[in-house]
Design a protein around this ligand. Structure first.
Ligand SMILES: Cc1cc2nc3c(=O)[nH]c(=O)nc-3n(C[C@H](O)[C@H](O)[C@H](O)COP(=O)(O)O)c2cc1C
Length: 209
């Protein structure tokens, strides 16, 4: 299977980036092909340009960075998105990625207010991190909001089959090495749960340009 990992964290030594690396390494160990789009290191521009939204230019005016990002999504069997929860949402660079790459005509069509996902036949895994413990987020309603607005409204609505949303709560300094090892163990188990059979092997990481 071909995997695209999209990860959003400014610090290369963050827990988020460590979990992303562990996820990719486990895919590699199982013989899967994977590409990582590390949005900060790529310098992904999250700002929508006016001509991307002009209906008549929409197909001709798609910028190269969006064309390349969409090609990577189109080429993948599975999309894995890894990000910390910031204000119970995603970092702005990832929101901009969704705005620009999950564009109308590519990720969805909408007619008479009804949205039809176009990324059908592909699966998706979400890995998120937060300072708050998950039980607290469930109790105060934040988790249900995240499920509605992120899991369902963005990813499921685009036609992706969401295999798992694995969350890591209480990730805040000081972070013990044993806690990171335990989290990496959960990441590896997640990969094995869903992708234990594979053929072929290769990987690329887009970090610049
Ligand atoms: C701008 C910003 C906003 C944040 N908002 C939240 C939040 O709404 N809820 C929460 O539990 N943690 C929040 N956090 C904490 C991060 O989710 C947490 O520090 C992160 O997941 C830890 O992983 P890291 O080491 O990869 O950064 C926020 C952190 C930052 C920097």
């Amino acid at each position: 299977m071909k995997h695209l990992i999209v990860v959003a964290h400014p610090l290369i030594d963050s827990v988020t980036m460590k979990l992303s690396g562990a996820y990719a390494a486990e895919l590699q160990a199982l013989g899967h092909r994977h590409v990582t789009h590390d949005l900060y290191r790529m310098g992904f521009d999250p700002v929508m340009r006016p001509d991307e939204l002009e209906p008549l230019k929409a197909r001709r005016g798609v910028p190269d960075d969006v064309i390349q990002a969409q090609a990577a999504v189109a080429d993948a069997d599975t999309l894995t998105v890894i990000y910390p929860l910031w204000w119970a949402s995603m970092p702005a660079i990832l929101k901009g990625y969704v705005d620009r790459v999950f564009a109308r005509g590519f990720a969805y069509e909408a007619r008479a207010g009804v949205t039809k996902g176009l990324l059908t036949g592909k699966s998706c895994v979400l890995l998120t991190l937060s300072g708050s413990p998950l039980p607290l987020m469930r109790a105060n309603g934040q988790w249900q909001a995240i499920d509605t607005l992120q899991d369902t409204h963005i990813f499921r609505s685009s036609g992706l089959e969401l295999l798992e949303h694995l969350h890591f709560g209480e990730v805040e300094p000081p972070i013990r090495a044993e806690a990171i090892e335990a989290d990496i163990g959960r990441v590896r188990a997640c990969v094995r749960r869903h992708f234990s059979i594979a053929t072929g092997q290769s990987s690329t990481t887009a970090r610049s340009g």
